[in-house]
Write a protein that binds this ligand. Sequence first.
Ligand code: SAH
Ligand code: SF4
Ligand code: F3S
Length: 440
Amino acid sequence: MSDAPKKLYIKTYGCQMNVYDSERMAEALGGQGYEQVDSPEGADMILLNTCHIREKAAEKVYSELGRYKGLKAANPDLKIGVAGCVAQAEGAEIMRRQPMVDLVVGPQSYHRLPEMEAKTQQGEKALDTDFPEELKFDHLPKGRKAKRGPTAFLTVQEGCDKFCAFCVVPYTRGAEVSRPVSRVLREAEGLVEQGVREITLLGQNVNAYHGQEGGEDWGLARLIRRLAEIDGLDRIRFTTSHPNDMEDDLIAAHGDCEKLMPYLHLPVQSGSDRILKRMNRGHTAEEYLRLIERIRAARPDILMSGDFIVGFPEETEEDFQATMDLVEAVNYGQCFSFKYSARPGTPAAERPLVDQAAADNRLQRLQALLTTQQRAAQDAMVGREVGVLFEKAGRLPGQMVGKSDHLHAVHVQCDVPVGTLARVRITESGPNSLGGTLLG
Ligand code: SAH
Ligand code: SF4
Ligand code: F3S
């Protein structure tokens, strides 16, 4: 056997948590002699880190697997694995439907990947979709990649106890679990040593974070204030939050913690109280609007972001109009909207679908309104001075691209190294990004 590193190709779908998990899986397999590559051709192992949130997302997995048939035929030693939320939801069914799959691992058990990989090398199939007592985070190799870009994700909380009637996450990710404060701090310090200047704290309900530290219970605001003390860490963000966990000290942090960026993703899903109730969201439209007033009182220039579902069972035109009214009232800077997709095992999946042509039409109208708001928020940045953290070279020669404090992509003609945090004057607003000039 040669000592050349084996090639690992990981394709990631779904949310940022999967991006974080893919990095951890690559590290876990690094110990088995795998090195990550950018293409499935010639790989020794292909891992799909999957998403189950909507039907389309889940089906993509099978079409992608179909494409690997030729690769598997050419190289019978190629191992194919499915990880993430489809793995959790469908388990062994994946191997039945697609027999060339060698390994299926759920999002809470991927620290066991090394043993699973060894099993596949013996020609066996490996399946693990447990929610083990031990936390995966505590079992992963400590060393992360030596060099990395200026931004990183850091998972601090995982799982969800909210059980919105449409959502698979409580089933695929399990109950809410928070990582202890000291581990989060150690990981953040390690990232900063590797050159990271911006950390986005991740959790399915990140603002429900309750980490333990010396017998005390820390909420997300306290964690953020402590992280802000790390020298060299310039920016902190967090996502995704639930309105009911938006506590006073977290709102206050948006006003007084300079490193906490003025952007907040706070999904509401619908503007109709009747639908919110049927979704089991636990709040009304009015309560959400009041909450946003309080957040804006603390940080007037905060950019609000959200998620909406249209065509939820029983949604009428009147309910939809209430959603449009709420969107008008909030004025989002960024927003995501989806047509309802019935997910097996969730309570709403038992209910009859609304007319699909009506749902498509509502989605179009909502997206048109959200696009207008998004563009207006971007255009309003022209003339302003913003901070930009440069992440990579732009498409034009001599150009760099980075993100503003408000998370807008900004192109600047300049010659600064990746990882530079600079003041920029915004001079133009294009369809998907801003342009500006370097100050100072
Ligand atoms: N944890 C996050 C959401 C995770 S899923 C939160 O609580 O906000 C991301 C988004 O996908 C949700 O906010 C919702 O808008 C959408 N989504 C979830 N389940 C869906 C379904 N069954 N059909 C359509 N959209 C869905
Ligand atoms: Fe899903 Fe609701 Fe939990 Fe978000 S809060 S992950 S939408 S169940
Ligand atoms: Fe998808 Fe799982 Fe994230 S279902 S959105 S990958 S938590």
